[in-house]
Design a protein around this ligand. Structure first.
Ligand code: ZN
Length: 141
């Protein structure tokens, strides 16, 4: 699916806010229905999901109750059930450089988070249940 570049946003999420919640709220507020983003910064704690491919559910949940760098947070924005849906993957690093990575879940508390969000323009991209994986995915294109 071909897309065009839309609006670009750069800024910072509030200290104490939820990282995934902040991304979703911002996209809702700006009506960003398709896009990509990066975030760098730091969190006070983290929560990550791991999808078990055999069980077809998020079984693993890594909760890290310490301050961490957001070494990388990348993802995309599309629609699920006609609502804005943010899909983010992250790598968090501790004071020794040890990393925790996975699917960003609600529960990562922002210490400082600088975002860059790029809106894309094109046809609506909706996530739908994919029986083969059990995930809500985009249709094959
Ligand atoms: Zn994911």
């Amino acid at each position: 699916m071909q897309v065009e570049k839309g609006r670009h946003f750069i800024g910072r999420f509030k200290t104490g806010s939820d990282l995934l919640g902040s991304l979703t709220s911002f996209c809702d507020k700006e009506n960003i229905r398709l896009g990509v983003f990066t975030v760098i910064g730091a969190v006070r704690s983290a929560k990550l999901g791991y999808y078990d491919q055999a069980l077809k559910e998020y079984t693993g949940c890594v909760e890290v109750d310490k301050t961490l760098e957001i070494a990388s947070c990348v993802g995309n924005i599309s629609l699920k059930d006609s609502e804005v849906f943010v899909h983010a993957h992250v790598t968090f690093a501790d004071h020794e450089g040890n990393c925790y990575g996975g699917h960003l879940m609600p529960g990562a508390k922002v210490f400082a988070a600088e975002y860059y969000i790029e809106e894309l323009e094109g046809k609506e991209l909706n996530r739908e249940h994919d029986p083969e994986t059990g995930l809500s995915l985009w249709k094959d294109m």
